[in-house]
Design a protein around this ligand. Structure first.
Ligand code: BGC
Length: 729
């Protein structure tokens, strides 16, 4: 058990909406050889020892399925210790209040926060001493009068807390305490203010040039009692005015009450999604150098790079990277700004492959998947958001399938069997849940999000036109197939599941197809029939998909169809159509938002419409990573780098670049755990020249123009192959 000797403690003050400052003074009789602080909270905390911030973990302890799993952080504080010491921990609600906020109970629903910690000091003579949380600690209210993950901060520099009062010990469980598992959350880039804008409405707005997640660090003085307000927004409206109606109920504001002294302030217990800030009642002269945006997210390492001869595509790729950075704050989220910021399973499932190529997200996803398993129903039903905050929601196809698809993709990219091992029971439970709700391979009923936000949705609906049962049956097939592969990789017997994929595929064809074509076809319907290997007449289905795209000239897919659309085309003889979709600039397309100034990927194809007006305020995030899943096609098809799922972790690389006459070159690289894998093609004197990089110890197959070339295990350092080595002309 962790922190066995420490008690959970709570301050006596009743300021649940703000911060509570816990204090402990102690003396070190001798010089410490080593001092380790183990600490966590119900809520989020920031800890200081002798006035210095301990560690660089922001918003610790992060977000997990708190009832089951609460991470304990461990910090080496040896260098901060003195003879007389004071430990100071500020705790606020953080993610703890989310469920309440969504209940609509807002303030009253706030839950108690609490702290638990142990500081172990080892002296030179071998003696050890432990400072544990107990009733000798005191607590007082913080100048942070209010702090909320969605609404922001109210910081009152003039507030004088009464004297600190003794804490009370509370009888809370410790069973859920676990060591830190995820990546820590840290400050990343610092973004200078680019421009101070006086808007047509007469407001003062600062532009940081990039939509992001984090907070603003600002310098402020003012006169005592002056109150300044900062609001956050992702975009300006058509007239160039500040806009954040799309944040819905999230206030996302900082109110700062001045005391006449100069302060440098940044939020410690909350975060925002924003590119712009609006200043109201600013008490000082407004200068750019007094405002810096600090990007905050999990400490994931960048691994994937992509570049081609089309600058707009390169911008799209950058936006995808920013979308991932913005939605990787301990949990893979839908968006970072409005009153959600939740671990929506569908969004994570759609994006996981791209995520795993762009950044090393092995630890990040493994931690989240353990939360998924912890929050999964006893009956196997997978909730729609993880950590789960909705009591009774779960089971939508494509959302709950995250239980299988995410571990599989992490395994495929990193070759880590442990993730399959750990998640096996969760995967199986989800498959069993679907199985109980299927008949002769067909899934029907249940509640689903369908092809969420598909453009072919009937008026007034967010769900695209593709029937929910069709999608559910297709995912039943696909997830079960991945589950079987996972079982085989682990050497487990799953013979009783082996016939499900064929059965589900047959049911799909029987119910939804005729002569190799999907009935009442939608783009997404045909995409699934192809990409999930359901059709028994690939050529006919592919022709149909190509026709459907040609008919409108653009994509119509939502969350379900979009990630696979280009694969389904280029894998089946329609690479040109795939490139036409990728390179299309008009609405609707991946590149259209860039013409409207997008610096991240939008939730809606038409978040800002061609005439400059906005899609409705109730579902319009400008920082949703889901459609950024197209990057996996950019790596896997345009550059042609693929990790062979049968020999995962890039042990065997399949290079299968798909070239196009509209581009002069494409290059991509991925820093895998075995070394850098790279691929490049360029047009030279009317011919295409290829260069592939294979890390030491890996093998590769190169597939070009239907021909396959095998490359044996590279010995020595990495090997660079070009077209002439391969005999490709
Ligand atoms: C979220 C999505 C999510 C969806 C479920 C939305 O409010 O932002 O991205 O997957 O709900 O339908």
């Amino acid at each position: 058990n962790m922190l066995e000797r420490s008690e959970w403690i709570k301050g006596c003050e009743k300021n649940l909406r703000g911060g509570t400052v816990y204090l402990k003074n102690f003396r070190c009789a001798a010089k410490a050889e080593k001092a380790i602080l183990k600490i966590t909270a119900l809520g989020v905390y920031e800890v200081k020892l002798n006035g210095e911030r301990v560690g660089d973990f922001i918003l610790a302890p992060g977000w997990t399925s708190y009832l089951n799993r609460l991470q304990v952080q461990s910090y080496d504080v040896t260098n901060l210790l003195k003879t007389e010491n004071s430990l100071e921990v500020t705790v606020g609600q953080g993610w703890r209040a989310i469920a309440n906020k969504r209940d609509g109970s807002d303030f009253l629903g706030y839950r108690d926060t609490a702290l638990i910690a142990e500081l172990t000091i080892v002296y030179a003579d071998g003696r050890t001493e432990s400072i544990v949380t107990d009733s000798s600690w005191t607590a007082r209210e913080s100048k942070l009068r209010y702090t909320n993950i969605y609404d922001g901060d109210i910081y009152d520099a003039t507030f004088k807390a009464g004297s600190a009062r003794h804490c009370i010990c509370v009888d809370l469980e410790k069973d859920m305490l676990i060591p830190q598992e995820g990546e820590k959350i840290v400050e990343q880039e610092r973004m200078p203010a680019l421009q101070i804008i006086k808007t047509p409405a007469g407001e003062t707005v600062i532009d940081f040039g990039q939509n992001m997640t984090g907070y603003v660090e600002f310098r402020i003085k003012g006169t005592p009692g002056a109150q300044a307000t900062i609001s956050h927004g992702e975009t300006l409206d058509r007239d160039g005015n500040f806009y954040n109606a799309n944040y819905r109920s999230a206030d996302a504001q900082i109110k700062f009450i001045c005391d006449g002294e100069e302060h440098i302030y940044k939020s410690a217990l909350t975060f925002f999604g924003f590119r712009y800030i609006r200043l109201e009642n600013w008490p000082d002269e407004i200068k750019k150098e007094n405002f810096t945006a600090v990007v905050v997210h999990s400490d994931i390492r960048r691994t994937g790079y992509f570049e081609c001869s089309d600058e707009t595509v390169n911008k799209l790729f950058k936006n995808i990277i920013w979308g991932q950075k913005s939605n990787s704050l301990d949990v893979p989220t839908d968006c970072p700004q409005r009153d959600e910021r939740l671990g929506w399973t569908g969004d994570a499932q759609v994006f996981v492959r791209t995520a795993s190529l762009n950044f090393d997200v092995k630890r990040f996803f493994k931690k989240w998947l353990r939360d998924l398993a912890a929050d999964q129903g006893r009956d196997g039903c997978v909730p729609h958001v993880i950590p789960n905050i909705f009591d009774d929601m779960g089971g939508s196809s494509a959302w709950s399938d995250a239980a299988v698809i995410c571990p599989w993709e992490i395994y495929r990219t990193y070759g880590d069997k442990a993730v399959l091992e750990e998640q096996f029971d969760s995967m199986k439970a989800w498959i069993d849940w679907m199985r109980e709700r299927s008949e002769n391979g067909r899934r029907s009923g249940g509640s689903h999000f369908g092809d969420w936000l598909g453009l072919d949705s009937p008026e007034g609906s967010y769900k695209g036109a593709t029937p929910e049962d069709l999608i559910a049956t297709a995912y039943y097939k696909y997830s079960t197939e991945l589950f079987i592969k996972a079982a085989h990789a682990l050497g487990r017997d799953v013979s009783e599941y082996e016939n499900i994929p064929a059965e589900a595929a047959a049911a799909f064809r029987r119910e939804y197809m005729e002569n190799g074509r999907v009935k009442n076809a939608t783009q997404t319907g045909s995409v699934l029939a192809l990409f999930f290997d359901i059709t028994d007449d690939r050529a006919a289905t592919a022709t149909q998909l190509n026709e459907l795209v040609k008919r409108t000239g653009h994509l119509e897919t939502g969350f379900v169809g979009t990630p696979y659309l280009l694969h389904a085309l280029s894998d089946n003889g329609y690479a040109e159509t795939a490139y036409d979709l990728l390179l299309r600039r008009e609405y609707p397309s991946w590149l259209y938002p860039i013409s409207k100034g997008a610096t991240t990927v939008w939730e809606h194809w038409d978040g800002i419409k061609p005439d400059g007006t906005m899609w409705s305020t109730d579902m319009n995030s400008f920082n949703h990573y889901a459609y950024g899943a197209v990057a996996d096609w950019m790596y896997g098809a345009a550059a042609g780098i693929n990790s062979d799922p049968d020999r995962p972790g890039f042990e065997h690389i399949i290079f299968r670049p798909v070239t196009d006459r509209q581009l002069d070159f494409v290059k991509a690289s991925i820093d895998t755990r075995r070394g850098t894998v790279a691929s490049e093609w360029r047009r030279e004197n009317g011919r295409i020249k290829y260069i592939f990089t294979v890390p030491e110890g890996c093998c590769a197959s190169v597939i070009i123009g239907g021909e396959k070339h095998e490359v044996g295990a590279a010995d020595r350092k990495s090997t660079r192959l070009n077209s002439s080595h391969l005999g490709i002309s």
